[in-house]
Design a protein around this ligand. Structure first.
Ligand code: ATR
Length: 273
């Protein structure tokens, strides 16, 4: 029987996940079917149980269900535990394993696809929602010289950093505290771009930056990327590569085989400028 996978979210209108995973399956000769299931806002648990009963092997989870997905797991990866959220579930009998592949997807896109090494670099991660939280451990694993988590509401950034056990070179702060600080890589993990806004970042953060990365994708030159462009940052990227890389990581958790990502990224990429 063909193995069943699905992405769960609400709304799911524009999801690219079925296209990405079908392409991975074809390329790696895996017999699987991947569908999109829009669960009702209070019906996530029911939808997952129904899917499991029908033989579902694994799932991707997107907004607003990532916290619920983590809560239903019997065990979870360290990176999912730190995020307190899951975007990938693996079903194996009674076992429900939760993982969070967004952060490693972001790091893989930066390092492998964009050629931006993070080791020894100063990284600014802006935002303290689920997206930023999921990226902390994968960034720490790259051994940057400094990782600053900056958020409009500073207390949220401090809470996340206080929950990490690792660190001398990791700091939390508010956006206004960034004045006169410089970084090598600046990442916008806020949801500001979704409403055409920009986090209030001082220009100084871009002055020595080699790359600026916007987690949202397909939105062209967002106000954040425009700010970076004005400061002459050479590499400007949106989150399409991250989207495909997080999917590749999920696929390899489910199938034990890692698909190539380059061609899929090329198909989905929309020029930024
Ligand atoms: P997600 O799960 O996508 O990360 P979230 O948990 O709602 O979404 O978090 C949104 C993040 O974007 C938060 O860090 C939020 O800042 P606050 O914690 O101060 O609310 C940030 N954000 C949203 N709009 C913003 C804006 N206009 N300027 C700066 N930060 C913004």
């Amino acid at each position: 029987m063909t193995d069943q996978y699905a992405v769960f979210g609400n709304p799911l209108g524009h999801t690219k996940s079925p296209q990405i995973h079908s392409s991975f399956a074809k390329k790696t000769n895996q017999d699987l079917e991947y569908t999109a299931i829009e669960a009702s806002l209070n019906g996530f648990n029911t939808a997952i149980q129904k899917f499991r009963k029908a033989g579902g092997c694994g799932a991707n989870i997107t907004a607003p269900f990532k916290l619920e997905a983590f809560a239903m797991a019997t065990d979870a990866s360290e990176r999912a535990k730190l995020a307190g959220a899951a975007n990938t579930l693996l079903f194996d009998g009674e076992r429900v394993f939760a993982d969070m592949t967004d952060g490693v997807g972001l790091v893989n896109d930066l390092v492998k696809n964009l050629g931006i090494s993070l080791t020894g670099k100063r990284i600014l991660l802006v935002g303290a929602g689920g997206a930023a939280r999921g990226a902390i451990l994968p960034f720490i694993n790259e051994k940057p010289s400094l990782l600053v988590l900056a958020n409009r509401t500073p207390s949220k950034a401090h809470d996340i950093i206080n929950a990490c056990q690792h660190q001398d070179n990791i700091r939390a702060c508010g956006l206004e505290e960034l004045t006169e600080q410089s970084f090598d890589v600046v990442i916008n993990a806020t949801s500001a771009s979704l409403t055409g806004q920009c986090p209030a970042l001082p220009k100084s953060v871009f002055l020595e930056a080699e790359a600026a990365y916007e987690l949202a994708y397909g939105k062209g030159l967002t106000p954040f990327l425009a700010l970076a462009k004005n400061a002459n940052v050479k590499v400007l990227a949106d989150g399409v590569g991250m989207l495909v890389e997080q999917a590749a990581e999920a696929f390899s958790i489910w199938r034990n085989i890692r698909p190539e990502t380059q061609e899929v990224i090329k198909t989905l990429k929309i020029p930024i400028e």
